[in-house]
Design a protein around this ligand. Sequence first.
Ligand SMILES: *Cc1c(COP(=O)(O)O)cnc(C)c1O
Length: 374
Amino acid sequence: MKRICLSTPTMHGTEQQMIQEAFDSNWIAPLGPHVNAFQKEIASYAGDNSHAAVLASGTAAIHLAVILAGVREGDIVFAPALTFSASVNPVCYEKAVPVFVDSERDTWNIDPCALEKAFQKYPHPAAVIAVHLYGTPAKIDEIRSICDQHHVPLIEDAAESMGSRFKGRMTGTFGDFGIYSFNGNKIITTSGGGVLLSHDEKIIERAVFLATQARDQARYYQHSTIGYNYRMSNVLAAIGRGQMPYIDEHIRKKKEIYRQYQDAFSDISEITMNPLNFDGDANNWLSCMTIKEGCPVTPNQIMDALADNQIETRPIWKPMNLQPVFSDCDFIQIENGISVGEDIFNRGLCLPSDIKNTDEDMERIIGIIKRQFL
Ligand SMILES: *Cc1c(COP(=O)(O)O)cnc(C)c1O
């Protein structure tokens, strides 16, 4: 039986040519021409006068954003509860305190109403982190304007949503800082890596300075601030450059996978696909489904049935307010009772969304899921 994966890297041959080029020119040292060229290509893809610094990971990009936003020990930072832990861990690296905010059903992303409520309780957070979960854009214009009203910087974790647009504009360009991830399962990959985006070239220069050990302009190794070794290597940037021409093709295929699931499940009233944002254009990085409340079929039952057939799935991200490591953190929701994030977590799962899946693979997956509801 052929194994079907959740989302694996898709290579095109161009990546290997670029790597060969790096080897031929002996730019194996961390920095080199592919790094600068990849940055230019990403900035131009994001548009909107963006500048970019490519880094070792998306998490490193979020960490530098947290530092550059001026977050200090003891500060409060708002973040969605329903996300991957990497969205918020960097807040804790700086000994700041995350306050988690519930999601809305419309987009599964941070609820602008709950965000307003968080500001009522904590009027002076040091930053707000927004995420576009599974590639579906958040209501980022409302979130942006709430942040502006309160004069608080916005960090836009677009790790999963490179190429998704909101009202025609790329996600990752709405925040004071934007982040994409190039981890192995993301929409394009460098094996591991990430990028920090900003409209302010000076901010990106500062990010590069911090990411390369914060060396002062001096004759000797002199440091006035704590630095990091967070830069992306020239070899990995070469892979990224080989992937860039294919990002729109990847997105087209991701959309097609979502559409196939949506069509197939349209006659099963117990299944709802993850939401799209109708002001946006999602990259559909992962297709997800939820099961109607009260239905006896559980996500675990579906995941087990698929696993028995060599088909990989994932649970929905377990919300941060339910994580043991964050048990001391406050959580803001609109109504008491089970939160929106926890409800989605309880009733949802991520479906195989590998763009190399054939129609046959999709039929196999869909058939097994449908049989659970007979
Ligand atoms: C993948 C991901 C990250 C982290 O990116 P890495 O490149 O793996 O460090 C951060 N936030 C979200 C929402 C992600 O999905």
